[in-house]
Design a protein around this ligand. Sequence first.
Ligand code: E4P
Length: 231
Amino acid sequence: MQFFIDTANIDDIREAFSWGIIDGVTTNPSLIAREGGDFIQRIADICEIVEGPVSAETVSQDAEGMIREGRLLAKISEHIVVKVPLTTEGLKATKVLSGEGIDCNVTLCFQPMQALIAAKAGAAYISPFLGRLDDISTDGVGLIEQIVQIYSNYPELNTKVLSASIRHPMHLTQVALAGSHVATIPYGVLKKLVNHPLTDSGNARFLKDWESVPDNNITAQVERWLAARDS
Ligand code: E4P
């Protein structure tokens, strides 16, 4: 499963990317508004750091406007994926932009047939929002399972399932088991993926035991050993 980071915060993107686990980035107008500053420069900076798919969302509500904005956004970098909402206008824009070779991420998907029609329109990615479904007592992970199953029934569809609105590590385990191609993850959730109390206590124990080893400077030992071997 590919990991995208769901933020427009440059520091968080840079840090998570340095861990070697980030394949792309998703942004949306709310995330961009939270950071402030120049939207276009921010998107360009993100593309420089990640060099993978970077979703930038259009804000026009008519297909013509989405297509115009999408074509312009795509000029920023070859990594841009144009994000459009799952509306009839968004479908029209997806058909035109994907026909021009511009990848589209169709967002705000909440039921399986929305995912199927987005794929038929040529979406490169479909973004089902599982956390927002869970918020209203509906099974978000179940939606991912259904979309993955429907897409796999029709291998001619080339749309990737991009699980969005992830709230916690269990969501990631569940969508990975469901076969989601991608998950887009807030930085706070990414940090939680690393942590386990047994990792911390195990590491502390190894360090403590290592202190009792005589001559326990690994660098000096290896350098001495290599020098002896190569002399
Ligand atoms: C996806 O691309 C969206 O940016 C995001 O996952 C929305 O998540 P939220 O429900 O936490 O706002």
